[in-house]
Design a binder for this molecule. Structure first.
Ligand SMILES: [Ca+2]
Ligand SMILES: [Ca+2]
Length: 218
């Protein structure tokens, strides 16, 4: 009995059917209508064969690179620990867990709550000497050299530095108030240049000029 490796397409055809000989690979690579087994026809040369193989190798390499790039793991919305900070310093930053999928907001790192599956966000190497042990992109240094906040506390509307340097000035470089905020000079310490729009017309003064009660619409 034949082993499976010895079974060919030719042997499966009816016995009275003319048995076509398998075409050599080289004949498939030559220009259509011009060639038969290379070397046996004037239109098919070794040069054709080599050029065809070279083209196939280049195409295969291009496809392999494309597939590798498409399959590269990526976590949407999370800044990988080093590379994207250079490319997009104003992008929202986070800590990428070892699973390469879970993105932990900067202020959740070293907060004594494990947010990565294996607790990478709370490891001693990362949290042993705050803020120096943290990657630089997770930290924002306030104008007071002794103060720092997490990167996601910059431009979040709240006075986290205590002197509003995380919300105002060239150090923070924040965009204007978003649509959920109302721009004014707040009377409360917790805000800097915007107040949440939900505080408008609530019967309580939040802006120095009372614009939150007379101009702002929730
Ligand atoms: Ca945490
Ligand atoms: Ca802030």
């Amino acid at each position: 009995m034949q082993s499976p490796q010895n079974i060919t397409l030719v042997s499966l055809l009816p016995s009275d059917t003319p048995q076509p000989l398998p075409r050599p690979l080289t004949s498939l690579l030559c220009p259509p209508g011009r060639c038969h087994p290379c070397g046996a026809h004037a239109g098919c040369t070794r040069r054709h064969f080599c050029i065809s193989v070279l083209v196939l190798l280049v195409l295969a390499a291009a496809v392999a690179v494309g597939v590798a790039l498409a399959l590269r793991p990526r976590a949407p919305g999370c800044t990988p620990r080093v590379i994207l900070v250079i490319l997009a310093p104003n992008n929202q930053t986070g800590f990428l867990c070892d699973d390469r999928v879970t993105c932990v907001p900067a202020s959740w790192v070293c907060d004594r709550v494990s947010n990565c599956r294996n607790g990478e966000d709370e490891q001693e190497q990362l949290c042993g000497d705050l803020p120096h042990s943290l990657p630089g992109f997770l930290v924002f240094h306030c104008s007071n050299p002794k103060s720092w906040v997490y990167a996601d506390q910059r431009c979040n509307g709240m006075n986290d530095c205590g002197d509003c340097s995380d919300e105002l000035g060239s150090l923070a470089a924040c965009p204007p108030c978003g649509w959920q905020w109302w721009s004014c000079s707040p009377v409360h310490y917790e805000f800097c240049s915007c107040i949440p729009r939900r505080l408008c017309r609530d019967g309580v003064q939040h802006c120095l000029g009372w614009s939150d009660e007379f101009l702002c619409t929730p």
